[in-house]
Design a protein around this ligand. Structure first.
Ligand SMILES: NC(=O)c1ccc[n+]([C@@H]2O[C@H](COP(=O)([O-])OP(=O)(O)OC[C@H]3O[C@@H](n4cnc5c(N)ncnc54)[C@H](OP(=O)(O)O)[C@@H]3O)[C@@H](O)[C@H]2O)c1
Length: 272
């Protein structure tokens, strides 16, 4: 496993995405992921599975300090009076005193950003999280965070071989943050691409592994693929035993000209 180092934390470059994993089925899947070696888990208030993650990490023999848990505050909870109670609820569901990383899941245009950022910092002061960050923030929004003097360490956004995120990555890095690539497999679509199949054959791996390797080989980039299939969970984790050369990296990067965005960060979810 490779790591990103931020403040005192070592963040595993390959994490496990948990969107759409709920209920009893999720317990077996998460236990399997822990057995395979995943130590970094990505959840959110919106995923309604913090309780399941809590159950699994509460019963594993893996020491808590070896795990890296991220959760995200949903857009309806970003106000001064809802933010901290929502985080307290998340911690109760997770059966934890703290999470390693707390993110604003999505900017909410109806709530002043400064208000949410202040609450994020208070959550850290209270010990509810070790690190703070944002998700789905554009360059313009990151500039506002910078102006407010908030020392975030992470921006989580859509990033895979079909989407050019050079500008957002540059701004993220310039702020001393790491980038967490969500939908790193373009929701499974990477497997159908000929050039990825060709590079995979060359390295005796699968196209999904090539896509993940391309991400984690980049400086300060972390990837959080999700799978509910045991063989894929194993496959996605096994990306540190081969290396893409410069030519491979360039060929994959060339696919970014597709500019295929699966989730638009400008899209404002309907907050109720
Ligand atoms: N911050 C945000 O707003 C945000 C937004 C989206 C996602 N996320 C986070 O990012 C995580 C990952 O994103 P995602 O779940 O949207 O997309 P993804 O990880 O790119 O793709 C998941 C899809 O790919 C399939 N898949 C997984 N491994 C595969 C493999 N080796 N070969 C072929 N297909 C494979 C999965 O199917 P099977 O389950 O059948 O294997 C699933 O349908 C989420 O779970 C969540 O934690 C965050």
């Amino acid at each position: 496993m490779d790591y990103v180092r931020k403040n005192e934390a070592w963040i595993p470059k390959l994490g496990f995405g948990t969107f759409n994993l709920t209920g009893r089925e999720a317990i077996g899947i998460l236990e399997f992921a822990l057995d395979v070696g995943y130590r970094h888990f990505d959840t959110a208030q919106m995923y309604e599975n913090e309780d399941v993650i809590g159950k699994v990490i509460g019963s594993t023999s893996v020491p808590r300090e070896r795990l890296f848990i991220t959760t995200k505050v949903w857009g309806t909870n970003l106000t001064e009076n809802r933010f901290l109670p929502s985080v307290e609820h998340s911690l109760k569901e997770l059966k934890q005193d703290y999470v390693d990383l707390l993110l604003i899941h999505w900017p909410n245009k109806n709530i002043p950003l400064e208000e949410s950022l202040d609450q994020l910092m208070i959550a850290r002061e209270k010990g509810y999280c070790k690190l703070i960050g944002v998700s789905n923030f554009t360059v313009e929004l990151l500039e506002k965070v910078e102006k407010r003097g908030v020392d975030i360490v992470c921006n989580q956004f859509e990033y895979h071989p079909f989407l050019n995120q050079d500008k957002l990555l540059a701004k993220t890095r310039e702020m001393g943050c790491f980038a967490t690539a969500y939908a790193p497999l373009a929701k499974g679509q990477v497997v159908d691409i000929e050039i990825l199949q060709y590079i995979a054959l060359k390295h005796k791996v699968k196209p999904a592994q090539v896509a993940l390797r391309w991400l984690v080989q980049q400086e300060d980039v972390v990837a959080i693929p999700k799978s509910s299939q045991l063989y894929r969970i194993k496959q996605n984790f096994d990306v540190f035993n081969f290396h893409l050369d410069e030519e491979d990296m360039e060929k994959i990067s060339a696919l970014q000209s597709k500019n295929m965005r699966l989730i638009d960060p400008e899209f404002a979810p309907t907050w109720d």
